[in-house]
Ligand binder design. Structure first.
Ligand code: NOJ
Length: 555
């Protein structure tokens, strides 16, 4: 099996040195680009992006200047939840390619100096997984059922679900099985769609299986894993009802839930860390853990657990300077206590694209540009979601018949779900599908015609484009920002109301004007990069509304 060497740390001269143990700890300040495989690039024209498409476009990500890519699931799957319903953890879905395509993609990535992180989905399998088929066939009380969470129902005939838990996608979190003759029998738990039965992580075979799955992909050369629903695998064994009015929502951190953030998950990660550390080349683990607050998130990234956790508090801070500053301080402090880097995330495949979320003049474009400078200027690691480097907005008017997110049906067609942030990328040309697939092919979601003007090719030719801003920011980030003090080196500076201003050492400072009026900043040396329209004079500059700037601090 091919195993191309992981890239050497791509630090600029003068950047933070390797540790005394010879490790670069590359993940501490990496810019990691999320590829939503199905919507990235379609090499064969079947409408779905694929691994060959990823491989072909990797040079353009290297040119953008990211350090690593994270690929969302490409495993065998009925795609009931975009591939987060895995039927075979050790193979590629034919829609996305083959294992050989995967190996070739990793080799190309490593050759370009890009590391590759992939998703692992351990909370649930697909209902098309062989284990679930066996569990259904074997019947109540069987060892096959013990790998999942099957329970008899309540009520005289077991007609009521075992408890009141709700699916994150709407409706009950339990589905009742029926025998082939139609007789109802046990219920099984699915925190997500019914096609995603939850595994029982008290079962040793479940542990052994996922340890083996990790090794399978580590052996193939991956540089790490993003752990799906990392806070969800362990459930309170009593399966107690949740309080009336408690929101089951993945995003809601205000209530303690008996199926999220249980202490037992941490034992799993201690073992997984040992596995990752047993491989050469610094393999890294990142948690998708939507839990209460930064102190709870930090528990996932203690020194013997995972390397990183997504900072969803930052994602949720909005265009609000006080809240952004609070979250920056809280997350740096909480992570600092456990010695882990902070991650900065604005968007992903589960949330409305931040350009649209932030809103404001110019359809959010100015704010999105300013947010990019803020995010890439903070100390730690940044996750970019495909298309944000093009300034793509959320697509809010997809035709109903195109919607595929399970949320749409399970909410009784009241919530459109997440398809609007998963629309295929525009790469080039004036005709649909704008280089996403071969001409004449039909992408799985329609690409708006206005996106021709936002294509990578169109933006490459425009020095004022969002792509040009990201490319320059990522270049400077490698040079100047990486050479500046790390997580404990951020100093806030006095700034006019509505403005965030901080410095990191002598060579780098960032200011973002979130207010509605231009502001004057003093103590500015050389301007390194701005979101546009910044005027400088005599060590001061005027920063327009919704604009960010990077500069060398002046006298
Ligand atoms: C989080 C993933 O990001 C999301 O897309 C998915 O629906 C759920 N986990 C369930 O796997």
């Amino acid at each position: 099996m091919p195993q191309s060497p992981a890239p050497q740390a791509s630090r600029a001269p003068g950047a933070a040195p390797a540790t005394s143990a010879g490790r670069s700890e590359w993940w501490r300040d990496a810019a990691i680009y999320q590829i939503y495989v199905r919507s990235f690039a379609d090499s064969d024209g079947d409408g779905d992006g694929d691994l060959r498409g990823v491989r072909r476009r990797l040079p353009e990500l290297a040119e953008l200047g990211v350090d690593a890519v994270w690929l969302t699931p490409f495993y065998v799957s009925p795609l009931a939840d975009g591939g987060y319903d895995v039927a075979d953890y050790r193979d590629v879905d034919p829609r996305f390619g083959t294992l050989e395509d995967f190996d070739a993609m990793v080799e190309t990535a490593h050759g370009l100096g890009l590391r590759v992180i992939i998703d692992v989905v351990p909370n649930h399998t697909s209902s098309a997984h062989r284990w679930f088929d066996a569990a259904v066939a074997a019947g109540p009380g069987s060892p096959e059922r013990a790998r999942y969470i099957f329970r008899p129902g309540k009520g005289a005939d077991g007609e009521l679900p075992p408890n009141n838990w709700r699916s994150i996608f709407g409706g009950p979190a339990w589905t009742r099985l029926k025998r082939p003759d139609g007789t109802p029998e046990e219920w099984y738990l699915h925190l997500f769609a019914p096609e995603q039965p939850d595994l029982d992580w008290t079962h040793p075979e479940v542990h052994a299986e996922f340890e083996d799955v990790l090794r399978f992909w580590l052996d193939r050369g991956v540089d790490g894993f993003r752990i799906d629903v990392a806070h969800g695998m362990v459930k309170d064994p009593a399966l107690p009802d949740i309080d009336d009015g408690a929101k089951p929502d993945l995003l809601d951190g205000s209530t303690r839930l008996p199926y999220f953030d249980q202490d037992g998950v941490h034992e799993i990660y201690r073992k997984w860390r040992q596995i990752a550390d047993s491989y050469p080349g610094e393999r890294a683990l990142v948690a998708e853990a939507w839990v209460e607050d930064s102190e709870r998130v930090a528990r996932y990234i203690r020194p013997d657990e995972l390397h990183q956790a997504f900072n969803f508090e930052y994602l949720g801070a909005g265009w609000d300077p006080a809240e952004v500053a609070r979250v920056v301080d809280a997350t740096l402090a909480a992570n600092g206590k456990v010695g882990a880097p902070t991650t900065w995330v604005l968007s992903n495949h589960d949330v409305t694209r931040h350009r649209t979320r932030f809103g404001g003049p110019e359809g959010g474009l100015k704010r999105a540009r300013a947010a990019a400078l803020l995010t890439l200027g903070l100390p730690g690691s940044a996750y970019l979601y495909q298309g944000e480097e093009l300034g793509l907005p959320e697509v809010t008017d997809l035709p109903e018949e195109a919607l595929q997110d399970p949320t749409w049906e399970r909410s009784g067609r009241t919530e459109r779900g997440r398809d609007g942030c998963r629309v295929p990328l525009p790469w080039e040309g004036g005709e649909a599908p704008y280089g996403f697939g071969p001409q004449g092919s039909r992408p799985w979601l329609p690409v708006p015609s206005e996106w021709a003007g936002l294509s990578r090719q169109a933006q490459r030719e425009d020095p004022g484009s969002v792509l040009a801003l990201y490319t320059e920011a990522l270049r400077l980030r490698r040079e100047v920002v990486a050479a500046s003090p790390g997580e404990d080196g951020l100093e806030w500076e006095t700034a006019p109301r509505g403005v965030l201003r901080f410095r990191r050492g002598e060579r780098f400072a960032c200011a973002v004007n979130m207010s509605a009026a231009p502001v004057e900043l003093d103590g500015v040396g050389e301007v390194l990069l701005s979101g546009g329209g910044v005027e400088g004079r005599d060590g001061a500059l005027v920063l327009p509304p919704d604009t960010g700037v990077w500069f060398v601090p002046g006298a």
